[in-house]
Design a protein around this ligand. Sequence first.
Ligand SMILES: Cc1ncc(COP(=O)(O)O)c(C=O)c1O
Length: 488
Amino acid sequence: MRIPLDRHSGTPLYRQIEGYLRRSIVSGSLAPGTRLSATRRLAQDLGVSRMTVENAYAELEADGLVAARVGSGTYVLSPYPVPRATRTADVAWPLWQEDLSAMGTERSHPTPEELLRVAGHPHPIDLSSGVGDPRLFPADEFRKVLQNLLRRDPIGALAYGDRRGYEPLRSTIAHVLASQGIQTSAEDILITAGSQQALALTAQVLLNRGDVILVESPTYGSGLDLFRALGLTIVGVPTDEHGMQVEQLEPLLQKHHPKLVYTIPNFHNPTGSCMSGHRRRQLVGLADRYNVPVLEDDFVGDLRYEGHAQPALKALDPGGRVIYTSTFSKMLMPGLRVGFVVAEGPFHERLVEHKRVSDLATSNLIQRALQAYVTVGRYQAHLRRTRRVYRRRRDAMLQAIDRFLPSGTHVTSPQGGLFIWLHLPEGISSAELLPLACDRGVAFAPGPAFFPAPDAGQSFARLSFVAQPPEDIGIGIARLGWAIEKLA
Ligand SMILES: Cc1ncc(COP(=O)(O)O)c(C=O)c1O
């Protein structure tokens, strides 16, 4: 590869090499999947030391533009995760941008999905995803509902709408929740842009930088990213197959005086577990005794394939202690960006106001279409079908795990949701396993992304059983088994 270098410039040579490659990747002249020259070879071609080339590659890797694979080489990734605030050799940012850069930029590591793409397997199988199977989205039905709506009431549908959310949709949600034992009304419901916004607004209203939030360890990775971005101090509460170990909560409440406890009691992300009824009651009791709010994230509560549902924490709350959030992302389609929060009292009012100053309102058009879709009974029919399909896929994955994964791998069978949580055999780390598995054509979500503590979780992997048909699940798990055996 010919890279023009200016040996008299004040810019170090490694920066010049990095800048040249960066521009080539961003412009597309080095396509994703391209293998970069070996460092020794490029160093010879350019007449520089090997260390100079290694430093250039390391910068690109830190920014998620390339990925090194042991024994195979360094490959170009898709350029879209480029952190734009990173200064390149020949771009002079204005001073305010430099100040941001001096504060440190977020490094985006390649995702399992990107690693899988770069590996270039002819039939890749992605088990890392956190969403349902897009092939099951009721796209046609939703298009018809939208068209109908725009024909009937275009002005109403295209206005800002109510800042708490479309009232008939809130009433429908209240009605559905009542059937699950949550006594609420449209007045106490706020529609949000997905439940991620519900998490963000709740944390912003209740916590300041440095305040302590208690979370399950492990827990939802993008929840952790959010709490870190808000500068919160995150303390993990251990979990087992019955959810958060609430018995261990009291000393943590006494020691850390948290401002919020965040929990995913149903079909937990990533473990798939459900919190026992006894622990639910204990948790609501402790929240009352220690005057701490609980944020209950019920992201897939309706995706139960067997067994009996435990009462929602919100249903056990005499009023004002538990903040409940759920979403249409997993049960229907994530692109709707519709979630909601149920909460009462002054907190509810603060939340509504915070939502208003953040984004004015969630799309009125989509809320009205969703309301129309739900009321004609299509949502319930879609849920029934989805449950049937996902249940078969869960069973297919459990059978494949039994058949193809070596002894020493532990799983618990989830009664619903999206995920199976794998405890890898002794001595196998998910960081080492992932590139090998991707080369073989299967990706999973590595454990550390779900733990609040920096070095925890290497012996775990999260597998999604909903995003692939049963045949591909079998092939994917067989490939994973091969990769584990290889490492062992
Ligand atoms: C546990 C959990 N909570 C909340 C969310 C946020 O989803 P959304 O904002 O699409 O509703 C997710 C998404 O994966 C999740 O897994």
